[in-house]
Design a protein around this ligand. Sequence first.
Ligand code: HEM
Ligand SMILES: *[C@@H]1O[C@H](CO)[C@@H](O)[C@H](O)[C@H]1NC(C)=O
Ligand SMILES: *[C@@H]1O[C@H](CO)[C@@H](O)[C@H](O)[C@H]1NC(C)=O
Length: 496
Amino acid sequence: MVSFLITFLMTLSFSIIIIILLFLKSKPYCTCDVCHSYLNSNWSKQYNNLCDWYTHLLQNSPSQTIHIHVLANTITANPKNVEHILKTNFQNYPKGKQFSMILGDLLGKGIFNVDGDAWLFQRKMASLELRKSMSKNAFENVKFHVENRLLPVLSSAAGSGKDGGFIDLQCVFRRFSFEYICRFLFGLDLDSLELPFPVSRFSDSFDLATTLSAKRAMSTSPMIWKTYRRFNVGSERKLKEAIRDVNFVVERVIENKKKKLGFTKNQDLLSRFMEVSNDHSFLRDVIVNFILAGRDTVASALTSFFWLITNHPEVESRILTELEQTTNQKQGFATFEQMKELRYLQAAIHESMRLYPPIQFDSKFAVENDTLPDGTLVRKGTKVSFHPYAMGRMETIWGKDCKEFKPERWLKDGVFNHENPFKYPVFQAGFRVCLGKEMALMEMKTVVMGILPRFKLRVVNSDGGELRFEPGLTATVKNGLPIIVGEREVLQLASD
Ligand code: HEM
Ligand SMILES: *[C@@H]1O[C@H](CO)[C@@H](O)[C@H](O)[C@H]1NC(C)=O
Ligand SMILES: *[C@@H]1O[C@H](CO)[C@@H](O)[C@H](O)[C@H]1NC(C)=O
């Protein structure tokens, strides 16, 4: 009888929650066309991705700024506004409490999720460490990793036949950049951890945790996810489980490092932080934030780069020619010094991220009322976002051919020309500009040098179409990037 009563009460309270949630979800705060389209996902009839719809709206806005009222979100693609937010009036646009609440369970007090002194401290520590990433030594490390971890995967997929083999390139890049960032920042070989489950479960849980955290930001009211979390149901329950997996592995990483630290003076980011803190919860946050920073972004950038290359053979052959002329060999890597001369490659990488920035938009919260340079009024508490994805597609910034993939636009008389970072905030800009930019560029170049001369890639469903993205913190291609890979030499022999 008692158990029946309990079940009944639980069912009742559960139903009430659901009703409240449905009410919150359907509540029409605003009936303007844009909000209406957002609330009932009408945009998805015309656009593959939310970012494509936002791009359309931004292109058509005279000030290059729009408002999604139901999200209390001002979104801009105007470089002057971006400079204002990220530099001129930086103090007024922190990440803010709302952001840190949404991502708090996953990111804790890590660098991505804090402002003020806690941020500055981590930034200083990290920049000391990341300065090393531009050394010859670091380059040799990436190269080693590419040769021993990445190329064998492609090689075994390609097989020995002339038809090549099938592989999900996005999946391969995620694995690669994950292993590399763990080695570089934590001095860690993931396989050596002796986990009770496969490493892939760690990365799957990590993916799930970022995706579900990002989804929180898309709901019109924080009440919705907070209620779910409170009762540990639905996506919030999954999120909690995913974070538990992540924490389990990260704790192992810390323990593992502690044991080693006694013997060798280990110089990497994690040891640096461990020298100043023994707080496991803080060290956990450091690890999770840096994995997020260095793994998904690079994997995302590589995925769209290779997707573009397979659709632009003329760019592919120019990259190969440049490499051959610089190194005087058909296959193989450039040296650390030669790499700096690969200007066309540098241009192609920047161009691919112009069209497909790994972080498609980024948000801050206004502390006080403010006016943006384009005249837009920003009320205290508003979420203000800038949108690198849309900015790459603005005629006002890049001209009429903005939608075309043209590495040449970055070269002036054969010399690479840096763009104003507020026009191209792919690595953000101003005070919180990405600390891993040089490292990311080097990693990408090394991967291209390893793959392109040796393998020929072909996209499986090359309908010349567009990429479809999964909602998340970093751009992830929905259902991966299936490609057919073959060894160039084998293909060459077969066609002779
Ligand atoms: C193509 C690859 C990459 C892209 C496009 C990229 C882009 C960005 C962006 C947009 C931000 C600002 C995020 C925000 O504040 O909301 C950022 C911050 C950051 N990135 Fe990267 N990143 C890349 C690779 C890396 C790598 C490899 C590292 C090295 C671990 C790294 C380390 C960081 C750090 C530490 C921050 C925080 C800076 C701060 O808040 O002061 N990034 N990055
Ligand atoms: C949304 O719905 C309206 C009316 O049904 C329609 O005119 C409009 O084109 C739709 N699409 C978008 C993206 O708003
Ligand atoms: C901010 O602006 C709003 C209207 O735009 C106004 O009602 C409010 O008083 C202002 N707040 C402050 C602190 O100035």
